[in-house]
Design a protein around this ligand. Structure first.
Ligand SMILES: [Zn+2]
Length: 308
């Protein structure tokens, strides 16, 4: 069972089919999960099994049976946006310049309150789990990632939700709207909300069933009924796509760049935040084409495309 479940991709998602969403909730799994939560271990200060069972059963009930009308869902979504706008200085602007961990926590609590009756927060408290948030600068193609770790004896979970703010920023620097989780988002704030909704469902599945997959029908059903999602992936611009748009650069392009007083000529091998450029050099590493190259990490703004 993987402890980390990255997802999201630059690839166009296949929209969910009605067959994906029509499957009934797996009730046998629900009650297995409730029963499993009755015995969380013998940790000092463990919650009473009765409390934990009640809270878990409520969370499962919300996850498996709650369905909002489109109008109700839209109303709740706009309430979350409006609270976010009022309470978090960085997020007053729809296309914000900064994002911090406390704002992610605020967003989680607002979504939990408006869509799930705060059942996530209650389940975390009852199970004595911990949840933290992180802005990731290393995730270059996934919008969000939720990880879990469970104490081997006592069962308490340590969960973390990471959000790739850079992907949102570079998408709205180049476009006016983007599709996230199958829903059209008109600004970064909306995109952030959709990513958080998706990650919170991963968190819910981990809390209740210990593992999670947004490729499975249970996840798709919850995401559609609660949030109106129609896909698990996003169309945010990756670094490579943003570079192609902003600088007209792609892997395989011949480029020159300044280095220690001279101009070097090479080929772009990869693009992340910077480009990896391979420059022919007998001192370098041998590659499969039989030549040797030195590898340089070059800011995109320093590269000039070489004609031809
Ligand atoms: Zn996912």
């Amino acid at each position: 069972m993987p402890s980390s479940i990255p997802h999201g991709s630059r690839l166009a998602p296949a929209p969910w089919t009605t067959a994906d969403l029509a499957k009934p909730p797996p009730y046998e799994l629900i009650w297995e999960a409730v029963l499993a939560q009755r015995c969380p271990g013998q940790a000092k200060g463990s919650p009473k099994p009765h409390d934990l069972t009640t809270v878990t059963a409520k969370l499962i009930q919300v996850l498996t049976s709650r369905r909002f009308s489109e109008a109700d869902r839209q109303g709740r979504f706009h309430q979350v946006l409006s609270e976010l706008q009022e309470a978090t200085p960085n997020l007053r602007e729809p296309n914000f310049k900064r994002l911090a961990e406390p704002e992610l926590e605020f967003l989680y609590r607002a979504i939990d309150r408006h869509f799930l009756d705060s059942t996530i927060a209650k389940a975390i408290a009852a199970g004595q789990h911990s949840l933290s948030f992180r802005i990731s600068r290393r995730m270059t193609s996934t919008g969000g990632c939720t990880t879990s770790r469970f104490h081997p004896k006592h069962g308490q979970g340590t969960f973390q939700i990471a959000i790739a703010a850079q992907l949102l920023a570079q998408t709205w620097a180049n476009r006016e709207q983007a599709t996230v989780c199958g829903v059209t988002c008109h600004d970064m704030r909306e995109g952030l909300c959709r990513i958080m909704e998706h990650e919170l469902l991963h968190l819910c599945e981990m809390l209740v069933w210990k593992d999670s997959s947004c490729a499975q029908s249970r996840f798709k059903s919850m995401a559609q009924r609660l949030f109106g999602h129609r896909a698990s992936k996003h169309h945010l611009l990756t670094n490579r796509e943003a570079a192609a748009l902003q600088h007209n650069l792609r892997p395989g392009d011949r480029v020159c760049f300044p280095f220690e007083g001279q101009q070097l000529l090479g080929t772009i091998n990869r693009i992340h935040k910077r480009a990896t450029v391979l420059v022919p050099d007998t001192r370098g590493q041998a590659y499969s084409d039989g030549s040797r190259y030195l590898k340089y990490y070059v800011p995109l703004r320093n590269l000039v495309k070489w004609p031809g």
